[in-house]
Design a protein around this ligand. Sequence first.
Ligand code: NAD
Length: 498
Amino acid sequence: MNEQLIQEVVAEVVARLAQVQPGLRLKTDGATAPSPAKAAASPPSPAPPRAAAAGRRRGVFTDANEACEAASAAFRQLQEKGLEGRRKIVAIVKELCEANAAEWARVELEETKIGRLDHKIEKLQVIKLVPGVEWLRPDGLSGDHGITLEEYTPFGVIGAVTPMTHSIPTIAGNIVNMVAAGNAAVFNPHPKAARCAVLAAQTFNEAIYREVGIDNIACVIENPTLESFQAICAHEAVRLLCVTGGPGVVKAAMQTGKRAICAGPGNPPVLVDDTANLSRAARDIIRGAAYDNNLLCVGEKEVFALDNVADKLMAEMERHGAVRLTPGQLDALTKAAFTFKEGQDGGAEPVVNKEFIGKDATVLAQAAGVSVPNGTELLFAETEANHPFVFEEQMMPFIPIVRVRDVEEGIREALKAERGYRHTSIIHSNNVEHMTAMGRALDTALFIKNGPCMAGLGLGGEGYMSYSIATPTGEGVTNPKTFTRVRRCVMVDNLRIY
Ligand code: NAD
């Protein structure tokens, strides 16, 4: 038998064995080994006790200072491993997200009780679209006085805060971006989404230790509190913060005195004019607003439609499966979805009822007093421009439709509804002047034309993926370069070779 034939026979045997024992793969020398993702993915749980693995913590800490010190040690080890070490870690995290998508999505949904399983699975599968080490290309200058290189170098340890709306996806995406740039990280996850964060972090760190030999490159606080957030921010090893969440955490991060990359709240308006393809606009609005039950910060939150196409748009939305509420049903839903407290001006200020955030459209329908078919993805109703559903970032699969006389009024109202977050805005139109006017007026980090919100994150539009879109601090859709310091290396009067 020649060598090639032997290889083929071995490969055939391994392929058959893999059907019996998933995760088996062929190493280049012909021996078999579990793939990093499969090895970590199965058996699904339970995880061995923390102390068991020779004192290794696998990234999980109760004490924030210990976590920062462990991450600092991991950062120094990563420096030794070079770019190849970073590439391996990025590949491991992406592979594990793919391999564990179904299980982790289920665990996160069970813990948080918000969103949709199908989209939670997808949100993990698309971690592969987050850019890695290849994103960092140094800039070169060459002139009469020699050559200069500007390099994108790590900060060290990054302190990060992640939201309840996408706990594991944000942690995974942040690790890819931060480690690709050469950093280690300490995460203070949302307390209501910390168990799933710990599960993912343990799995990442275990595989990274096995394949690269570094423990604790991405640490997670097991029992996150405001105190652990403060301790992370205050630790001297933490050189940069990255927070993803609502107005409270953005404000808190900016008050620490450390540089903070803040991925803050949004309330994305959609404008539909009378040149738009209304069927496509209706379909895209439903896809975006219903995604994970409207938990995305980029998700469509309110629609302004020109009066002469509003009825047709709503008919198209019904044709595409959304359910229209009557004024009475809208009132009932509003009473359930908001409480009202006295505002600073003496008027009633709406507060979103957390019980309804990220719940299925069928649950909202029940509160509205209407029965809708199972599988209904989105509810909508016509409202006034000053309705709470227009102004509040409600994160529910209901979208208000507001009639406007013309594009100018639509842009004015969209600007008010966006509330100065400068996060995301969307237009459905075939008139480039309307697009330009809205783009200039809204001044948002993402401006999407003729697509659902996800197109702004590389899902159906050109671009790359991240779950941290730094809006108030201006970095935009974060990528590995966001987490670097630019350092200049200068050679005087030499090495310019022409
Ligand atoms: P949240 O603001 O309640 O919590 C976000 C994180 O901040 C959590 O870990 C929470 O524990 C922490 N936190 C809250 N207040 C804090 C404070 N004062 N000090 C320290 N930590 C604090 O938000 P959420 O419900 O988890 O997520 C939804 C919000 O996040 C929405 O406003 C959404 O738009 C925003 N978000 C933005 C992006 C983005 O990329 N811009 C991405 C996802 C979510």
